[in-house]
Design a protein around this ligand. Structure first.
Ligand SMILES: [Zn+2]
Length: 179
């Protein structure tokens, strides 16, 4: 019979994408707008969650679809991501992230497809076409998308700029200058 002892909940789960074992220790009342820890034994490990954030966040998803993950090896890009985690009140800690593993696992499939919406105008099909070279990433005007958005998870650099002026633009520039 399984038993939980007091508040010392320490369940182990496996990442639904890469299968690595994770401890489940979600904080109560997390205010995280990104990389939120799970309270239930399901979901993504921190590295897959970082990749999931990147692939769902415009325009980094388009930049990475065009260039692949190679820009992520640069310390200044990683440093910029730490700033974003801080602004997004992430539950995850920067030193938990292994960028090498993120890159190594880059082509593993995700269970959920990317949907356009909010501030991300690109869906899975369009991003796949950019990845395969069928479609140019920033070749044409972006799809129209709303300027207003409800508070919720961060899905664009514009939201990052609203959290902290220039933060999203800085990461965009960092990624752009390494190609
Ligand atoms: Zn994983």
């Amino acid at each position: 019979m399984n038993k939980l002892f007091g508040n010392d909940i320490n369940v182990t789960a496996h990442c639904e994408r890469c299968g690595v074992a994770c401890k489940v220790t979600g904080p109560q009342n997390s205010k995280a707008k990104m990389l939120r820890r799970s309270k239930e034994p399901k979901g993504l490990c921190v590295n897959c969650a970082v990749h999931d954030w990147l692939r769902n966040t415009y325009p980094v998803n388009v930049i990475l679809a065009e260039s692949g993950p190679k820009a992520l090896v640069y310390p200044h890009v990683q440093k910029q991501f730490e700033e974003i985690m801080r602004a997004g009140m992430a539950d995850a800690m920067p030193d938990e992230i292994s960028w090498d593993l993120i890159i190594e696992n880059w082509n593993l499939p995700f269970k959920h497809k990317i949907k356009s919406g909010g501030k991300n105008p690109y869906d899975q099909l369009e991003l796949d076409e950019i990845k395969s070279g069928k479609r140019r990433g920033f070749g044409g005007p972006p799809n129209p998308y709303t300027v207003c958005h409800p508070p919720g998870p961060i899905t664009s650099f514009e939201q990052l700029n609203e959290l902290e002026p220039g933060l999203g633009d800085e990461l965009k520039n960092c990624l752009g200058h390494t190609q």
